[in-house]
Each structure stands twice: as structure tokens, then as C-alpha cells.
Design a protein around this ligand. Structure first.
Ligand code: GDP
Ligand code: MG
Length: 172
């Protein structure tokens, strides 16, 4: 048993308009609106479950627009959620380079991909199978989510928490 509270900083990064603010609002407040001018860190406490044990943990979400120039922010992240709007083509070369870079950077964060706007999948330009190869480059998990479908975001968040909890235990 570890008694101190666990706090994880999680960077939520992606192109402008990919759905980061909406996703953070859904994760932190279970709210429909993208918290407009989001500044700084957004806090969310939850009970993370791993192997039948429950731990009280705290997320600090940080929104980052675009894939360059944020090294100093990412350096302190325990986790990174890369948000990819499935209704827009994505530059896979740029994405792969970014993943390769951060996977060995700073605290060696766990890296997740959130394919966003799943409610618009009939307009999708990107499918889960297109994202799958990124696992070779150190992506832990891929989630297909929509901020308008709360359950998809809730299950991603619980799974991210479990992954971070497992990582934290391993490093003790
Ligand atoms: N249909 C749909 N629209 C979304 C979703 N998430 C975000 N949006 C819309 O996409 C636009 C950009 O969202 P926002 O969260 O501000 O993206 P950000 O720039 O990455 O923070 C807004 O018009 C949102 O309403 C989603 O899951 N489904
Ligand atoms: Mg935003």
C-alpha cells in the first residue's frame, strides 16, 4: 500500500480544432462545452482501479496546441494524450517523429492516442487501423472517443489511469 496521493501531469496535445478542450472538459467536468480560453492546468480527481485495488489519484491536464515548441511543457508530463481528429487527414510522418521524440524525453511519458469526434465517423478520414502501426513507436493504447459520447471518454480516462498506476507501481 502506498499512502500518499498520486498526482499525474498529462499533456493533451494535438492540432488546433482537434477537440482537446472538449475532451478535457469531458474528462474533468463531464461537461459538454469546450472550456473556452483554457489556461494552465485542469485538475481532476478520481478513483483509479488496478487489479481490484482502488487508489485515489489526481490528474493535471494541460492543453497544448500543435506538435512543436512545447518541449518544456512535455518534459514534466507523466502521460501524453495525442488527440487526432478522425475527420481530418493527419501527417503521419510528423506524428511519428513527434512520438519517437517524446517517448524518450523528460519522464519518458506513457503515450496514448485519442482518435476524436467518433460521433462523426461517417465522415472519417482516419480509422483505428490507420493509427495501429504507431504502436511500434511506443504508443501504449489507442482510443476512439467522442466528447459528445461521455462513456467513450470515461472508459478512456479509467484505462489511462490504470496504465499510469501500473507504471507508477513498477517504478517504486
Ligand atoms: N462532432 C463533434 N465535434 C467536436 C467533438 N469534440 C470537439 N468538437 C468540435 O470541434 C471544434 C474544436 O473543438 P475544441 O475542443 O475547441 O478543439 P481544440 O482546439 O483542440 O481545443 C469545436 O467546434 C467543437 O465543438 C466531438 O467529439 N464531436
Ligand atoms: Mg482548445
Amino acid at each position: 500500500m502506498i499512502s500518499n496521493r498520486l498526482t499525474w501531469k498529462v499533456s493533451v496535445i494535438g492540432q488546433p480544432g482537434s477537440g482537446k478542450s472538449s475532451l478535457i472538459s469531458r474528462m474533468a467536468y463531464d461537461s459538454d462545452s469546450a472550456a473556452g480560453a483554457m489556461r494552465g492546468l485542469v485538475r481532476k480527481k478520481l478513483n483509479a482501479e488496478l487489479n481490484g485495488e482502488t487508489r485515489n489519484v489526481e490528474f493535471l491536464f494541460q492543453e497544448i496546441d500543435g506538435f512543436s515548441g512545447s518541449d518544456n511543457l512535455i518534459a514534466s508530463a507523466n502521460g501524453v494524450i495525442i488527440v487526432v481528429d478522425i475527420t481530418n487527414p493527419v501527417d503521419f510522418d510528423e506524428l511519428t517523429k513527434f512520438i519517437n521524440f517524446i517517448s524518450n524525453f523528460g519522464k519518458k511519458p506513457l503515450i496514448f492516442i485519442a482518435g476524436s469526434k467518433l460521433d462523426r465517423r461517417y465522415e472519417a478520414k482516419i480509422w483505428e487501423k490507420d493509427l495501429e502501426p504507431l504502436k511500434k513507436h511506443g504508443i501504449s493504447k489507442i482510443y476512439m472517443v467522442s466528447s459528445r459520447q461521455p462513456e467513450t471518454v470515461k472508459s478512456m480516462l479509467n484505462d489511462v489511469a490504470a496504465s499510469l498506476l501500473m507504471r507508477t507501481m513498477e517504478r517504486k
